[in-house]
Design a protein around this ligand. Sequence first.
Ligand SMILES: Cc1ncc(COP(=O)(O)O)c(C=O)c1O
Length: 379
Amino acid sequence: MHNTLINFIRDVFNTNDNIPLHAPFFGGDEKNNITETIDSTFVSSVGAYVDAFESELAAFCQAPYSVAVVNGTAALQTALYLAGVRANDIVVTQSLTFVATCNAIHWLGGEAAFVDVSMKTLGMCPNSLSTFLSTHCDYLDGQCIYKKTEQVVKAVVPMHTFGHPAEIDALAKICETWGIALVEDSAESLGSSFKGKSLGTFGQYGALSFNGNKIITTGGGGAILCKSEMAYKKIKHFTTTAKVPHRFEFFHDDVACNFRMPNLNAALGCAQLAQLEKFITNKRELASIYEDFFSEGPYTFVKEPEGCVSNYWLNAVICKDENQRNLLLSSSNDAGIMLRPVWTPMHFLPMYAKSIRGPLDNTEWLAKRLVNLPSSVRG
Ligand SMILES: Cc1ncc(COP(=O)(O)O)c(C=O)c1O
């Protein structure tokens, strides 16, 4: 099977060279936009491309506003800060995620608590969230209080794993009932939708990443989707050192960050965004080729959840057991084809090993079996 799979992936990507997990695709105005930006000297955090990228991104996602920032981690950190997360607050998230989700919580002084993912979506499981809250928390004066320590549960951060939509409407309802802010980690899911609505627009804030391995890239970059002009202004202020606008004076009215996306990165982003629709079609075609191939077994291909449209950022299969997974990973990597296991769950990392958590059976089961397949846009 391994040789058949290796030959199949080589045919699909039409190359005998090494095949990466996810390479960027530059097929539009990228070079022109960057040259023009350099010629203009506006390479840094002020410039026309930043404004254009923000408004085009918001339009694509049908979000009222978006703010471009330096990376997805900064987007998450900003969103959580604006959602009110401060030292000692609990933020409920999933253990099956990339470490940046937890790091963003940590650097605000918050504490990550983990609930399980759903086998249907690989994203946060609404039942696990609701069981965790009803078992461990009280709803007091409009706040969700973790009974054991009396810490406030300030936010819930589901992550749309590999671009597949989590059951975001059910998660949103639970957050509303408990008075908890919902911040979507949509780093992987630009262009995916749940019942026709873009991911990242269900929560109070949605955080996106444009790292080099994402569906579109700005080199490094991220964005926050938000719902009101007031939120937009607050995010801008926080991410631009809280500088009070003035022709020449430097006055800052709060402790803040320098998280703004440089114009040079936004120039790349505008060219990439113009191709996003094509990239999604291309990636969905690849997913259907993989789905056909794996229909005979022995691996189970991960399909988009029903009623959803996934950008299929990273394709994945589920192996029978850990041994089958390890054999698949070593034979494909030996052959120069980059298959990857899913991230080590956060509660197995030393810094998050003592975090509060509910049962994580699905997370642990999946962590031993999930393998990502090469998923780049094909030229
Ligand atoms: C789920 C998830 N969250 C957050 C991030 C952080 O994004 P960035 O690398 O742009 O900081 C990433 C991607 O890298 C991610 O996959």
